[in-house]
Design a protein around this ligand. Sequence first.
Ligand code: GDP
Ligand code: MN
Length: 446
Amino acid sequence: MPSCARLATALGGLFQIPTRRVWQPAAGWQPAPQEHCAILEFLSPALANKAGWRTQMKIHEYQAKSLLACYGVAVPRGEAASSSEKAAEIAEKLGGAVVVKAQIHAGGRGKGGGVKVAKNPQEAREIASKMLGMRLVTHQTGPEGRIVQKVLIEETLPIERELYLGIVLDRAQGKNVFMASADGGVDIEEVAAKTPERILRETIEPGLGLTAFQARKLAFGIGLTGDAGNLAARSVVALTQANDAMDATIAEINPFILTKDGKVYALDAKITLDDNALFRHPDLAELRDVNEEDPLEVEASRFGLNYIKLDGNVACMVNGAGLAMATMDIIKYAGGNPANFLDVGGGANEEQIRNAFRILLLDKAVQAVLINIFGGILRCDVLATGVVNAARELSVGVPVVVRMEGTNVEQGRQILRESGMNFTVADGMRDAAEKVVALASQGAAA
Ligand code: GDP
Ligand code: MN
């Protein structure tokens, strides 16, 4: 057994880490290899979050709203569309004036131009046709933005006030906290930063749930009295029930609105689901939208590769999560920056190696590749053949450093030498890291 796998098994046993599940588009939810979870969770929760066994799954606003409606939260009438014709058709059905909302897995759309009012179906068609396919940049998407693939077409409502309702886990208390504010809308982050006292909080006791008293206190606390107060208290309870029933990690309505005729609605909704509970909710698991995930990561998951894109320029191909972590560390130690985390798995085949190599090279930032493999179940000759075949097919424009040890290492080296390609064969991990970092910085300078 390779040493990294042994370490991982030891860690897994020690910390009793439950088996996680990985999503594989062809096969659905599969148990994640124990060793990967153990190491990632133990060493780097943030990385585990980004990895194939993400701990959270985001869904779209239109999906969140239809789920919340099932639990009794009032939402505007509306429907999602992926074409401008369909958008106009929905607007027609809704009676003319509508709001067109970009559906991406990020907030801040209002300020970024992803929420527009249309006076009639013709205008809805025009706005939708501009919005669909556009690259929407908001403060939550990063500079690269997201391509809009769907829009939500909704009836417009006469807004009197924009409020905020949300549930998050308070890790310090180990309990969910219900938050409500009279200052909802697009500037809630600023409210939280500058006037935190404007956000009311009620801790949800796990054994009790949110009590009717707490719900009313929150509703009245954000300025809703009389019938509107009762309606709001009911929404507060409904949101709590929805959050529990779906095993959500975040359930947020911002803005929660009061209309001029005294009704309340969820005008926006954000729900994030706990991946580890998705096996209990196959219907919710189907709401996953891979269009919203990093395309290289989705591509890698098709071949059962654990790939996470990072922002350096040294691509790494490694077998075993522990060795991959160590490789990233030693690249840093040598003064470089890894472009990715890639664990091809202990028993990768030639096909997977070829695809792994291809995916690594699709990243434009890559200036050099380090292949660091400990040949156990994956034999060095299989690795070398996969790499050589991939390199032939892909016309590799960057230097490749290979460090390998283990089963059939001599045959592996021979295959690399005889390939006629310019691989740098390294002697040990430190040598490999130093060589690859030097080559990458030469590439970056050129
Ligand atoms: P976010 O910016 O991504 O959180 O998107 P929201 O759905 O919260 O929309 C941002 C803002 O657009 C809201 O705070 C509202 O002021 C406005 N907005 C959203 N939906 C409607 C609507 O149906 N009618 C009107 N008049 N304004 C809306
Ligand atoms: Mn919002």
